[in-house]
Design a protein around this ligand. Structure first.
Ligand code: ZN
Length: 407
């Protein structure tokens, strides 16, 4: 199976599918269709029924091969790659039985040094795919796409493996936060699903942040500084006062685990007008709401000191902690856990300090934990995939498929 995975992954990563946050369309870039259309052809060639909509959500069905009332199971992966780094002319390199040392990335001058990326020693002895140092690899999330395709191929070639109805979905624009944007949960028609979009072996993620963003505008009053007494309101000082009122330790650089934060992303301005942009993150929904209230309280406090309201605040919710929807359905977690145990994979259920497509899909009616893909150092030239771990991810998919009908 390793040879097939290498062949398929090499083929998919060479197709540039970078998404674009500045585009208004879905998919955000035309080039995502190149891979979507190829996958549609390959799914049809396997004998699967496919359905794709105008927004680039490609779904397919592997029908049950037994009489069963088992739930319909879904597997999802995204076709786009990150806009953060060059994604053109991806030239994958294969390393056989990695020796645990420094990996030179082509002639780019870049290297993967275990002193800088200590996690790479976990895949010592594995077959790896890396970049040539000039682009990202895009194994995020083409590794997930490959694993789903290989699992389907395996199930078709092994009809003795009994399974229920399986839906697979390949989706656009995850990297720009719009993955579930136009996902038609009703059309997908699965009882629950797994995104194949994690990183290291064993990851089984079902707790994410609750997330919101805050956009703040500070309106100042500009007067000649020589005659400004009791007249000038400096918007930069307002912005500074606002920021100082937030707890200094509740920032990304001082938090971990279940600790939430306020993150100042951007601050701009002059005496007349200033703007600030924050993201708010917390696993706990009560404490998340409290953080939003804290911002409103600071706004009110500053405004109360002036004869007009200089601080304008807009808070937008982004996604929520999927645990709220997933943990009441314990079997969705127990099934992959049991499969990991059979394959001798230690589960890592640490809460993620971020979100996945599942964070939104779970609230849209499709509970969706996230599983490992075997790739690491996403979104840049140091990205790599372990073909060995990808093989285990395929086994996990096949294992889950079997486990669901055993229940
Ligand atoms: Zn991804």
């Amino acid at each position: 199976m390793k040879e097939q995975i290498i062949e398929r992954l090499s083929r998919y990563v060479k197709i540039n599918t970078q998404s674009d946050p500045n585009s208004e369309t879905t998919p955000s870039t035309e080039r995502q269709w190149d891979l979507l259309h190829l996958l549609e052809e390959e799914l049809k060639a396997m004998g699967l029924a496919t359905d794709i909509d105008n927004n680039g959500y490609l779904f397919a069905t592997l029908e049950a091969n037994i009489e069963t009332d088992a739930p319909t199971l879904g597997f999802l992966a995204h076709v786009d790659t990150s806009p953060d780094f060059n994604a053109a002319n991806v030239n994958p390199q294969i390393i056989d039985s990695y020796d645990g040392g420094i990996i030179t990335l082509g002639t780019s001058g870049r290297e993967i040094n275990p002193e800088v990326f200590p996690d790479i020693v976990k895949v010592k002895g594995h077959t790896l795919m890396t970049t040539d140092g000039t682009s990202l690899l895009g194994a995020d999330d083409k590794a997930g796409v490959v694993e789903i395709m290989e699992a389907l191929q395996y199930l078709i070639e092994h009809p003795e493996i009994k399974h229920g109805r399986i839906r697979v979905g390949f989706t656009p624009d995850e990297e720009i936060g719009r993955g579930p944007h136009k996902f038609d949960v009703e059309r997908f028609d699965a009882d629950f699903a797994y995104t194949m979009d994690g990183s290291q072996l064993g990851e089984l993620q079902f707790e994410s942040f609750n997330a919101a963003e805050a956009k703040i505008t500070f309106e100042g009053v500009n007067v000649h500084p020589g005659s400004a007494k009791d007249k000038m309101v400096n918007a930069l000082n307002l912005a500074n006062a606002f920021h100082q009122a937030l707890p200094a330790n509740e920032v990304p650089e001082h938090t971990e685990g279940y600790e939430g934060f306020f993150h100042l992303m951007e601050m701009n301005g002059n005496v007349e007008k200033a703007t600030a942009q924050y993201i708010i993150r917390d696993h706990d929904s009560t404490s998340f709401e409290h953080r939003k209230q804290q911002l409103i309280a600071i706004q009110k406090d500053i405004n109360s000191r002036y004869y007009y309201d200089p601080v304008h605040l807009v808070i937008n919710d982004q996604y929520r902690n999927m645990a709220e929807k997933i943990t009441p359905l314990q079997h969705i977690i127990d099934i992959p856990k049991a499969v990991y145990a059979e394959l001798n994979i230690t589960p890592n259920t640490a809460p993620i300090r971020g979100g996945t497509d599942g964070s939104q899909l779970s609230f849209m009616g499709l509970p969706t934990p996230n599983l490992f893909t075997g790739c690491d150092n996403f979104h840049g030239p140091y990205e790599y995939a372990s073909i060995d771990v990808m093989t285990q991810a395929v086994q996990v998919i096949v294992g889950i498929v079997q486990k669901v009908v055993e229940k």
